[in-house]
Ligand binder design. Structure first.
Ligand SMILES: [Zn+2]
Length: 60
């Protein structure tokens, strides 16, 4: 599994969405627009699956 991150333009860093997804399953996710309260800047960010970046959590 991989951890899904979105970019925070305020702090210019990547924030964890709380999602763990499979690389191959990302295209099949139909989440629409999601909102996350940013742990870095405290603002509400909207994101879609197209904006996600995955990082392996090391567990395959
Ligand atoms: Zn932010």
């Amino acid at each position: 599994m991989s951890q899904a991150f979105v970019f925070c333009p305020q702090s210019e860093s990547w924030i964890y969405t709380g999602l763990n997804v499979e690389w191959l399953g990302l295209d099949t996710l139909e989440l629409g627009k999601q909102k996350i309260t940013c742990p870095k800047c405290g603002q509400l960010h909207e994101w879609t699956t197209e904006e996600l970046v995955l990082r392996s959590d090391g567990a395959g």
